[in-house]
Design a protein around this ligand. Structure first.
Ligand code: MG
Length: 431
């Protein structure tokens, strides 16, 4: 008699606003669905698929029953998408494993549609049982990409098969002997996009409790970016068969087995051994080396980030200080010059400096006729004064000096007639 124990966890991640993944973990049926198709569609699709899978498998809890339950779930999602314009185009992935009785023997039936994955962890080795039904995976199968290239290929999220996007669906099915000590991981791509095989192995080999392992998977995927919804179901075979290598433990079932029109005549006769890549666990020395490499990379990244920040702060400080120095240099200086025949007090440097041109600070109402002709050359060049008060005093003195030797001049207007008009020609002394 086989006994299973499981744990499951699901999280919205750090980027998405809603969780369209859904996990199912009962005593004999375990599944992960990753919905897609708009804000509402994805959630509806994954929920409908899981509900229908559970209900249909409950009515026929066998290997072929599980495959037919997936077909039924497909029909359910498809029908809803056709009936509701808002949900049109929705779909979902679905991978599930169920403990079933076949001729008095316990068997784990495993099904998959889409790019959620099922793994088997057996005797220290992790095996990806399911194939991703994605464009990138097809390119790998056609020899156009290596698996490493496929992991980062832009087409890795384009599905070639999903539940609920057409009236019919082709389901991949496997039969697995439940061997005591085996662990199964069912997960959405939000987990496998963030964690590599070595990280999956690290959790499965060190965290004995399946619920703690599922929780840790989700936390780790969040830590590594959490760019998608994350879901993990861990299923442990607590009581099961002894490990006997003479019989293949994982077998793929031919598509005829899951043809919705019927089950293959004898089921077992249709079985084909599945060639799945084995993943070797690195030994302790290799893992230590890998960790050291990872730490060095992290330190390097932190160092570069810190240097970049310091550089940006320094650059901003230098630019800011230069700007304010130039501004101060220009606005803390005045000179008396001519605009036509009138004496005008300008703010700024004679002739301007960089992007600053002198501006009129005050028109005096005093004309060249009110001052002595000996001052005119200096006024035409501009006479610098450190403050506007000094500039006014200078003009008054010119007028007083002229009055003492000539007829009374026109009155100097009050100091409040300040303007900020740019000086014509921006040059010192106007004309
Ligand atoms: Mg996803």
């Amino acid at each position: 008699m086989t006994v299973l124990r499981s744990g499951s966890a699901s999280d919205v991640g750090l980027v998405r606003s809603s969780n369209q993944d859904l996990a199912l973990a009962t005593s004999s049926l375990f599944a992960v669905a990753d919905g897609m198709g708009g804000h509402a569609g994805g959630e509806v699709a994954s929920r409908l698929a899981i509900e229908e899978l559970s209900a249909a498998f409950g009515r026929q809890p066998t290997g072929s029953g599980l495959a037919e339950a997936v077909t039924s779930a497909n029909a359910m999602v498809w029908a809803h998408s056709q009936e509701n314009a808002d949900l049109r185009g929705m779909g979902t992935t679905l991978t599930a494993v169920a403990l079933v009785d076949e001729g008095g023997r316990d068997v784990l039936a495993l099904v998959n549609v889409g790019d959620s994955r099922s793994y088997r962890y057996h005797d220290g080795e992790l095996t990806q049982i399911t194939n991703d039904h994605s464009l990138a995976e097809e390119m790998v199968l056609n020899g156009e990409l290596t698996p490493a290239e496929a992991a980062f290929h832009p087409h890795r999220h384009i599905l070639t098969r999903a539940l609920g996007v057409s009236p019919d669906v082709k389901v991949d099915v496997w039969r697995i002997r439940p061997i005591r000590g085996d662990r199964f991981l069912l997960c959405s791509d939000g987990l496998t996009n963030e964690l590599g095989n070595n990280q999956l192995i690290e959790v499965l080999s060190t965290v004995a409790d399946p619920q703690a392992a599922a929780d840790l998977f989700v936390r780790a995927a969040r830590t590594h970016g959490g760019s998608d919804n994350i879901t993990a179901v861990v299923v442990d075979v607590i009581v099961g068969e002894e490990d006997t290598r003479s019989i293949p433990a994982v077998m793929a079932v031919s598509p005829e087995f899951v043809d919705p029109t019927g089950v293959a005549p004898d089921g077992v006769a249709e079985l084909q051994p599945l060639a799945v890549p084995e993943i070797r666990i690195p030994n302790r020395r290799e893992r230590r080396k890998a960790k050291r490499r990872e730490r060095r990379r992290d330190r390097g990244r932190r160092l570069i980030t810190l240097r970049t920040m310091l550089f940006v702060i320094l650059f901003v400080a230098i630019v800011g200080a230069s700007y304010f120095s130039v501004r101060w240099y220009n606005t803390n200086s005045y000179f008396v010059g001519l605009n036509g025949n009138e004496l005008v007090i300008y703010q700024g440097r004679i002739g301007g400096f960089l992007w600053y041109h002198p501006v009129e600070a005050q028109r005096t109402g005093v004309t060249t006729a009110d001052v002595g002709p000996t001052y005119l050359p200096a006024l035409q060049s501009g006479v610098e004064e450190s403050t506007i008060g000094n500039a006014r005093t200078y003009v008054k003195n010119l007028v007083s000096d002229h009055m003492s030797t000539h007829s009374p001049p026109s009155m100097l207007p009050p100091a409040s007639s300040t303007t900020t008009t740019t000086a014509p020609g921006a040059g010192a002394g106007g004309t």
